[in-house]
Design a protein. Structure first.
Lengths: 447, 342
């Protein structure tokens, strides 16, 4: 109950505390809606694997940070914890406490049972302006969860609990805020009200999706500090979703870096920051703008952006952007297209037009995309082979060539074969798990 | 640095009319920008930084009033007819918006966006010339020429922002306002866009006013920085110098409250930015300032130059002869409630 004032901070070390949430191999796939003919013939048009085999455990009082760019599946993972995303597979075991009969597998719950259980799992959204009903004053908004979950009808008790929650989030003197509408409050105050509403039902787990991203820099620290206070006083456990590794550094005990639906690195926060292993983690850390000019360092940024999740790259999904990618990372026909586009961005207009006219569009020959062909515009001219030769000569260190197994010239152009892609498994390295071939002993000789 | 400034703003004031009286969103702001120079404009939400950016371009809504002087290439923009302003905007002055996702017409190819822009400002331009100039500008932004005839939805968010920047630059304006150009983007893409903005100076010699709330971005992309508080620029100078030795307490507190990887403790500025209908008397930052003295609420601070050449408006930096005797003692104040904040 939020009414108890003693702190429930667990003094035991993290790994001795009971597990609150155990997520194993969670998958959330969204079916793609194909064209009319596909639907008529009952053909599947594939699916987007928004979350594809995510596992982590969260102990009582722990804060885990799911960190990644947009499209990494971090928000979908968080929403799946509340049954707000359709779970395709895997298990989510949640210790709901004695009143709900202990361990519950959230993936097997019917919607009506889930609804009552949401008292124990609350969600804080990114945009405080959009998460409060503009027509409800703060007192009504805070009392709303108590009414919905039929916790109590006693007006005095409701009023007392509302006041207590407001005081806990620092909206005091309470009288000043009880009858204000969201429009009267600043961004930080609104996020405080949202937090107050989230703790009304005495939850065990708070899922916070970018809770400070919309706020001014000068307020972010204050809200984070408030969340840490609430965690200590109410014995909360947080699932913190963010793209910002700088705030996560303060806030989280464990960090899970996500990329295109998978966890690529997970482990204790200090170790992730002190010794990031995955090239993606390193890029994310290097990309944070540093206001102190004495610490600013030149950085090696990955090219491109998060690819389309409907057809993720082969092998390691990060390989097209990775500054350290090598042979087994999953090079494929699409990378040849990207390589040529990259070249044409940097050459002169005339050279581009000449080269563009001399070769056709690169295309994948086999279904897997492991053989590509670059046709000559005029069959037998050998222009495609010459172009590839020149691209290679202009930058022999380009990682792309590490993944090429064969280049065959024929009458119509060039066939480029690629090495077999290997999916990087999540391997244990000390306390950290990382999914990257650079840290896989099988490929140690090639890296 | 004896090059003539491209744009020179003196004592610019912008008011908005509201039911409670005029909001003085920009209240006496002055700065210069030279060719190829980037000035970062930082401050909390509601400090007037976006209003300043738009005010300089004459893009304010009806119901606002502007006073002061904005000189652009020997022409006075304040009070200029809308018609004349329109002929300057685009060609001579550009604006890069915050949300790349919503600013491109989904039914028009990228090539058509460029054709529309170029034809509007340079009637009589040939189709060939449009293609050459557009592809060349896109290329500098890292967009491959093969994608020239694609539609906006075929591009990612970062690519769309690059296209927006290319659209603003294809007319080779002398001055560009970039209003939070990376706020809606991912961190990695943000860093890519920042490095592109840095290349701009080399390639285009464009002067840029970069508006942002993120101090890290300023440190990365700007030579100079202006810190804005409650409608006034309280400190302005060389970005490295300001960030390593902030002269104004507000700049210092803002830097301390920024969470970066090197931050070791959480810190924040108590209180909230003031109501601009009735700003605090004297120095507007005095109610939140940890160093406030007795003079601060009584007299408006005077602009002084520090030894390293920054402009700062704060009584801590004097001039000592203007402070009435005995008024350098710390200001006594009431406790702020923890939720009185932005």
């Amino acid at each position: 109950m939020p009414t108890k004032l003693e702190t429930t901070d667990d003094a035991r070390p993290l790994d001795e505390r009971p597990v609150l949430l155990d997520v194993q191999d969670l998958r959330v796939h969204f079916a793609l809606r194909g064209g009319f003919l596909d639907r008529l013939l009952g053909r599947s048009s594939g699916s987007v694997k928004a979350v594809d085999g995510v596992s982590f455990t969260l102990r009582k009082g722990e804060v885990i940070g799911l960190v990644g760019e947009s499209g990494s599946g971090k928000t979908t993972t968080a929403r799946a914890m509340l049954g707000l995303a359709p779970i395709t597979g895997g298990s989510v075991r949640f210790d709901a406490g004695p009143e709900f009969g202990g361990q519950v597998d959230l993936t097997k719950l019917r919607e009506r049972d889930f609804r009552t259980l949401r008292r124990k799992i609350q969600l804080v959204f990114q945009d405080p302006h959009a998460s409060l009903n503009p027509a409800m004053d703060i007192a009504t908004a805070l009392a709303h969860p108590l009414k919905i979950h039929k916790v109590t009808k006693d007006r005095d008790e409701i009023a007392a609990r509302v006041r207590d929650a407001l005081e806990r989030v620092g909206l005091s003197p309470v009288e000043r805020y009880l009858h204000k509408y969201p429009a009267d409050l600043s961004g930080g105050q609104k996020q405080r009200a949202v937090l107050a509403r989230a703790i009304m039902l005495d939850p065990a787990l708070l899922v916070a999706d970018e809770p400070v991203s919309m706020l001014d820099m000068s307020v972010r620290a204050k809200i984070l500090e408030l969340m840490l206070d609430l965690k200590r006083d109410l014995g909360l456990t947080y699932l913190y979703v963010t793209h910002d590794l700088a705030t996560a550094k303060f806030f989280c005990d464990t960090i899970a870096i996500m990329y295109l639906g998978r966890i690529v690195e997970i482990g204790p926060a200090e170790q992730i920051y002190a010794d990031p292993k995955h090239p993606y983690t390193r890029s994310l850390l290097a990309a944070i703008p540093e206001p102190d000019p004495r610490r600013a360092a030149p950085r090696d940024l990955p090219r491109g952006e998060v690819p389309d999740a409907a057809s993720p790259p082969l092998g390691c999904s990060f390989h097209p952007r990775c500054p350290a990618a090598f042979a087994p990372c999953g090079w494929e026909a699409r990378d040849l297209t990207a390589l040529l586009e990259q070249r044409w961005t940097n050459v002169s207009e005339q050279q581009y037009e000449q080269e563009r006219a001399a070769v056709g569009d690169p295309a994948a020959v086999d279904d897997a995309g492991l053989v590509a062909r670059l046709p000559d515009s005029r069959a037998g001219s050998g222009a495609a082979a010459a172009l590839l030769e020149e691209v290679r000569a202009s930058d022999p260190a380009e990682q792309f060539w590490k993944g090429v197994s064969s280049v065959q010239k024929d009458d119509a152009g060039v066939r480029v074969g690629f090495k077999e892609p290997v999916d990087p498994p999540l391997l244990q390295h000390g306390e950290v798990k990382v999914a990257c071939h650079l840290h896989d002993p099988r490929f140690a000789d090639q890296a | 640095m004896n090059v003539e400034p491209v744009i020179s703003v003196r004592d610019l004031r912008v008011w908005y009319g509201t039911e409670r009286g005029p909001v003085r969103a920009v209240d006496g702001v002055s700065f210069d920008l030279r060719p190829g120079e980037t000035l970062g404009l930082v401050g909390e939400s509601g400090c007037g930084k976006s209003t300043l950016g738009r005010g300089v371009l004459g893009l304010l809504p009806t119901g606002s009033a502007t006073d002061g002087s904005v000189r652009f290439k020997d022409r006075e923009l304040v009070g200029m007819r809308q018609q004349d302003l329109r002929s300057l905007r685009g060609v001579e002055m550009g604006l890069i918006f915050q949300e790349p996702m919503t600013r491109l017409n989904p039914l028009m190819r990228i090539s058509e966006h460029f054709a529309e822009t170029l034809r509007a400002h340079e009637p009589g331009i040939t189709g060939k010339e449009i293609d050459v100039r557009s592809i060349d500008t896109l290329r500098r932004m890292g967009i491959p020429p093969t994608r020239y005839r694609h539609y906006p939805h075929e591009f990612s968010g970062g690519m769309r922002q690059r296209i927006m920047i290319a659209l603003a630059l294809v007319l080779r304006p002398a001055f560009v306002v970039a209003d939070e150009p990376t706020t809606a983007l991912d961190v990695l893409v943000e860093a890519q866009i920042l490095s592109i903005l840095q290349d701009l100076k080399r390639n285009f010699d464009t002067a840029m006013l970069l508006i942002t709330h993120n101090l890290g971005i300023v440190a990365e992309a700007c030579e100079r920085v202006a810190v804005m508080y409650a409608g006034r620029i309280v400190e302005e100078g060389d970005a490295r110098q300001v960030f390593s030795e902030p002269a104004h307490p507000y700049t210092r507190e803002l830097l301390r409250s920024t969470i970066s990887l090197s931050t070791t403790a959480l810190h924040y500025i108590p209180g909230a930015p003031p109501d601009l209908v009735q700003p605090p008397s004297g120095c507007r930052f005095h109610p939140r300032c940890p160093d406030a003295m007795q003079v601060c609420p009584r007299l408006e601070p005077v602009e002084v130059r520090t030894k390293t050449g920054e402009r700062v408006e704060c009584w801590l930096h004097g001039p000592a002869e203007l402070i009435p005797p005995g008024q350098t003692a710390p200001l006594e104040r009431r406790e702020l409630a923890s939720a009185d904040e932005a």
